[in-house]
Design a protein around this ligand. Sequence first.
Ligand code: BGC
Length: 750
Amino acid sequence: MKNLCLFLFSIIAFNYFSAKAQNDVKAYAFVDKLMSKMSLEDKVGQMTQISVEAFLKTDANGNVINPHELDTAKLAVAIRDYKVGSILNVGGDAQTQGNWQQLITQIQQMALSQPLKIPILYGIDAIHGNNYTSGSILFPQEIAMAASFNPLLAKEVAQISAYETRASFTPWVFSPVLDLGRQPLWPRIWETFGEDPLVVSTMGAAMIQGFQGNDVSDKYHVTACLKHYMGYSMPLSGHDRTPAWIPERELREYFLPSFTEAVKQGALTVMVCSGEINGVPVHINKHILTDILKGELQFKGFTCSDWQDIEYLYQRHHVAVDNKDAVRMAVNAGVDMSMVPTDYTFTKDLLALVKENKVPISRINDAVRRILYVKYKTGIFQSPTGNKNDYPLFASEEHEKINYNIASECITLLKNQNNILPLNKNKKILVTGASANTMRSLDGGWSRVWQGTTSDETEKDKNTILEALQQTFGNKNISYAKGVTFDSVINIDEAVAKANNSDVIVLCAGESSYTETPGNINDLTISEPQIELAKALAKTGKPIILVINEGRPRVISAIEPFTSAVLDAYYSGNQTANVISDILYGKINPSGKLPFTYPRYTNSLTNYYRKYTEDKDVNDEVAGYNPQWEFGTGLSYTTFKYSNLHLSSAKLDNTNPIKISVDVTNTGNREGKESVLLYVSDLVASITPEVKRLRGFQKIDLKSGETKTVTFNLSKDDISFINNDLKRVTEPGKFVAHIDNLNAEFDYRN
Ligand code: BGC
């Protein structure tokens, strides 16, 4: 029977892979035929990507007209004269679905009226939903999704985002971000899946499946773009686009695996990191772009520069003397498409460079073949736009309901002294704080506009925390005083007076919306006015429920001791407030867990996979690892008991994985979800081992009194690491598996 199953499985697998291979043969035959008709100008044009703002009509003051209208004369220069292959972005405010359909139809009509009839590949920053189409669903940002530890949710988010993006006739999204979020100061931490390489890889792979589906060319899927390959997330200063220093061993150990996994999943495009690593801007790093990505990982799609990053090689990085020099370096290193973004300097300089033999034609042919292959796979040769009637679920209640369910698994309860939560519905509540009545702190950046600054206007039909609490607890039970903004005091006395007349204080604090350089900070501590408000409220003696809305873990050690409960909501999208309110009164049982280490001090930013010498008890009693909350912390309104940690064998070899199982029992009196986290410690290794590393996770749902057995298969590769020769190895020796507070030792022998 076993043999028969194996045989059938092999036939199915063979057919699946050979169908894929045949499809590729067809794709390349089509592409090669097309390329045989292309001039050098046609090819260089395909490598050029221009922002739509370059073609939008403006008023007498030079402001873009809203709703957007295309200046067809300018568009013709791009498409007819420069043979541009790709257009991106929104050029201002979000547009309606109808307007997008019209703009993209117009663009494609012009492209298809050219002799070679090559459609434009239109790309958009669909970061948490199709955020540049008004009314679309705004989902939790990646950091919040990571807290769910549930890859099925990430897949669902990507599936719906793909649907809603194609509904605007856009076939390509600049998502997911697969950067490892381990530098908490970095202003894009919230765009990542957090600090753990396994979580980032697993959630990233799920998003690729959701975006691209089994056939990315169908009308409900989009081509994904992996960002920002690689090392972008680790600037030493914490400021965006400043130098990273990452030895290749660490690059391969921590930063590369998420990209490797996504390429295996068939991701078709990659955006290059804007930063520099070890003094070399990644846009000119042939080793990273060509040897590793296209060689080792066998990536078949194309690489795209990030915004203006080829120009920045001479304007900011000072590694090139001028634009032409920069283009030469980037294209020769392996950049296939330039996000220029608004002129034809790249196109002109690249043409000249090929003619002068400074960029070989083989490099151009390789880049263009990759770009056309992706266009073919995306299905835009067959269907360059779409059919408006195919998307009845765009921004539907059904999609919004799913959004609510997803956000319910993200928000994380970090503290609940004496089970103060859930609250009784008759409580008199003071709602206060800088994030209490604004959508900006719920949605974050990439919300209708780049910095998310317009959310209070564009999302006014959605609830802020104040509005959701008023609906849930009734207006008569809620009083409100803002108290402070993020950077100034308004009226703390008013908040204190109202607190004195309340039973409990819901203090909403954290950050507003931001991304990239405008989000740089000099101090990770939560802002001073917010600390002042918390301290004044604490003096009333009323219990404080701290709700944090933030994109990165702002240090709150000055106020945490005054709180009775803490809920971290990250940026969980348009349903954040409804979920917070339903958690506060107990309709939802929280199940999120921290996807990062929450620091207690601004100068101790060690990740959970610290080395022994960074630990508190081994070497450094004073300033060793002592976070506010550990990675993986997250409470529930029920209790879980772990027992019977069992290994199928105490010996792991090269061929047979061991099964690690544990029983989890819901010992409380209500249903709850629990993420079961398996860590492994390698006790002795040639590279100093980490104290522990996450090697598996599963989310389960348990009724009160129910027990489930959770099993992980652990192979030798799962506990491997990159050694000093840059090889992935598993060294023989002793290992310890940890789940909750249970441990079991095993040996690996090869
Ligand atoms: C960001 C990318 C984004 C691109 C296009 C850049 O500034 O780094 O993440 O996809 O702009 O908007």
